[in-house]
Design a protein around this ligand. Structure first.
Ligand SMILES: C[S@@+](CC[C@H](N)C(=O)[O-])C[C@H]1O[C@@H](n2cnc3c(N)ncnc32)[C@H](O)[C@@H]1O
Length: 352
């Protein structure tokens, strides 16, 4: 009887397997191990010894090129694929399961511990995390714009961000907390949005779940030269903090009182500036007069453009209510830009 079982190995080494994972692995006729998407402190020899049968390593291209061999074998025999962390967390093997289902192969998933929940060891509440993102290994000087943008969006909503740090297990390369921070500071230099600066509060964590786990938090300036030891590493940027999270960050991550104070400035500045611009645009709409226009200019056309400016103002108020402060600021800036242009063209009269 065939079947495909995805079996989670857990976070650190083979001792993180659950009893269910051990049982399932021992019931399989064939066992593979996918050990390239995360870095575990184990190898196929140790896994083979523990499970009492041969474990064959799967390379990235074995799975990425359709996993034909694994699926064909699973039609006849029970095949287990061992995966680091939780087999469906942060790394997606869903296409393998889907293809097996399409072929009528029975599938089963055995869950395990994962970096996605282990970050709670920092003291930050899992419910207050936004989108997770990976900082890629540097490629030909391409800056990590996506992680910077995701971080900005999460911060805008007051949410924490988990930044996974890229690994090339087969090539023996990995990104450290320090390198990831430098890459993000590089993007900040270009983008200048205040999303990730030397003043940002961050937490670096390494080897969570192992005896040598490390968690260190503080302002980026202080973390830049700290040593986090061997991989795997993650970087976390806290959003708005509950007082219990602040307390926990002091105990679990070594954050100092001064690291936690005054850090809301980015969000508060954004909110205060947006509110101020919205107020002044509203005042302008209350007082504005359309000038006496030369014949060549159509008053209807001017009113239509004013209508666009009003729409941007409405969007800004909506975004602000939703807590999307950067979007609110850009919308109100469009509104201001349109009003200013009409004034410079002498189509309308008002004072800011
Ligand atoms: C693509 S994710 C795979 C996650 C895995 N499936 C899981 O559920 O934990 C791999 C990334 O997670 C992070 N990571 C995984 N295990 C970790 C650990 N024990 N400590 C710190 N970071 C870890 C590293 O950034 C690594 O590059």
């Amino acid at each position: 009887m065939g079947g495909l079982v995805l079996i989670s190995l857990g976070l650190s080494d083979e001792r993180d397997m659950s009893l269910r994972a051990l049982e399932e692995a021992r019931r399989c006729d064939l066992l593979y191990a996918e050990l390239y998407t995360t870095l575990l402190n184990t190898d196929v020899e140790r896994l083979s010894r523990l499970l009492g049968r041969d474990v064959t390593p799967l390379r990235r291209r074995d799975l990425e090129e359709g996993a034909e061999r694994v699926l064909r074998e699973a039609e006849e025999r029970r095949v287990g694929v061992l995966v680091g962390g939780d087999c469906l967390a942060a790394t997606t093997h869903i296409s393998l399961l889907l293809e097996a289902k399409r072929r009528g192969i029975e599938t089963r998933v055995i869950h395990g511990s994962s970096i996605l929940t282990a970050v709670a060891e920092t003291g930050l509440s899992l419910y207050r995390f936004g989108k997770t993102v990976t900082v890629p290994l540097p490629q030909r000087g391409i800056p990590p714009l996506t992680p910077y943008r995701v971080l900005g969006e999460n911060l805008e909503r007051g949410l924490h961000t988990l930044l996974l740090l890229d690994l090339d297990v087969e090539g023996g390369r990995h990104l450290t907390v320090n390198e990831a921070m430098r890459l993000l500071l590089g993007v900040e230099e270009e983008e200048c949005k205040g999303v990730f600066t030397e003043e940002t509060l961050a937490v670096g964590a390494a080897r969570l779940g192992s005896e040598s786990a490390t968690i260190k938090g503080g302002r980026v300036r202080r973390l830049l030269d700290m040593d986090f030891g061997p991989p795997p590493h993650v970087l976390i940027v806290p959003g708005r903090l509950h007082f219990l999270e602040e307390e926990a960050l002091k105990f679990f991550a070594g954050c100092r009182e001064e690291d936690l104070r005054g850090r809301e400035r980015y969000l508060e500045d954004l909110e205060a500036r947006t509110e101020k611009y919205i107020r002044s645009c509203e005042k302008v709409f209350g007082e504005l007069r359309i000038s006496s226009l030369p014949r060549s200019i159509d008053e209807e056309g001017v009113r239509e453009i004013l209508g666009y400016a009003e729409m941007y103002l409405r969007d800004a108020k909506y975004y602000l209510e939703e807590g999307r402060k950067a979007s609110a600021l850009s919308s109100v800036s469009y509104c201001e830009g349109i009003l200013d242009t009409l004034r410079m063209l002498r189509f309308v009269e008002f004072d800011w």
